[in-house]
Design a protein around this ligand. Structure first.
Ligand SMILES: [Zn+2]
Length: 242
């Protein structure tokens, strides 16, 4: 499901790019009237697809940025009422010249993606430009840590601190589950064999970006760990029902 958004048929000049749970529609055109038209068509398509799968575009979190090399100062904005992209009536005085890379990084620094995701992906340029690696369900769980939180909260009914079944009290759940827990020694050593070194929150994404083989090793590891957590939650539910 996560990939379907990247396969939508959008108007010419529009593409969808994404990382973690953030998505951007990139529109490129010669005239800004065209940019606005294409952007609105593309956003309408994305909005339609989201609602077809029971999701909603968070208009209040949606931002738009015009990157231009033209001397004339123009700007565009997201209309808060209609959720459409409009020409800005009071254009900013300052000419804004930044590279796509800088824009992505600025956007990333201010995104509310959570410190965990930011720790895993401190710089988004390479992440964006990678030629391999599908961000499917389990990889998303690794990047956001949400699945671990939910499993642990559910099992132990505590907020963000919990006892690991094997270890002591755990504070940083996602970090514990994937990087320091002693419960998955075989899986960890297989992953470290492929990567040729110790895996940490700071280097795991760099490894993933090296090659398909590295990406898939991380994906296999993440899948095993999260499936195990899920099984444990189900075991709990079953034993409670008995
Ligand atoms: Zn543990």
């Amino acid at each position: 499901m996560y990939d379907a958004i990247f396969k939508l048929t959008l108007p010419e000049g529009a593409t969808v790019v994404g990382f973690a749970d953030d998505v951007a529609v990139v529109v490129s055109a010669k005239y800004w009237e065209e940019v606005i038209l294409i952007a609105n068509q593309a956003v309408a398509t994305v909005r339609g697809w989201l609602s077809s799968v029971g999701l909603q575009l968070a208009d209040h979190k949606t931002e738009v940025l015009l990157v231009t090399s033209r001397k004339q100062t123009e700007s565009i904005t997201v209309s808060k009422e209609a959720g459409t992209i409009d020409a800005c009536t009071s254009p900013e005085k300052e000419e804004r010249k930044i590279t796509t890379d800088q824009w992505r990084q600025q956007r990333w620094e201010t995104a509310d993606s959570g410190r965990w995701t930011h720790r895993l992906i401190p710089y988004v340029g390479k992440w964006y430009d990678r030629q391999h690696g599908e961000v499917e369900f389990y990889i998303t769980q690794l990047l956001t840590g949400h699945g671990c939180f939910i499993a642990y909260q559910y099992r132990f009914k505590l907020d963000y601190t919990a006892e690991c079944p094997e270890c002591q009290t755990v504070e940083k759940i996602a970090e514990h589950v994937f990087f320091t827990c002693i419960r998955f020694p075989a899986e960890i050593s297989e992953l470290e064999r492929v990567c040729g070194g110790r895996i940490t929150p700071e280097n795991v994404v760099s490894y993933m970006l090296l090659s398909d083989q590295h990406w898939n090793a991380v994906k296999r590891f993440t899948t095993v760990v999260l499936k195990r957590l899920r099984e444990e939650v189900l075991e709990d539910v079953t034993s409670m029902e008995k």
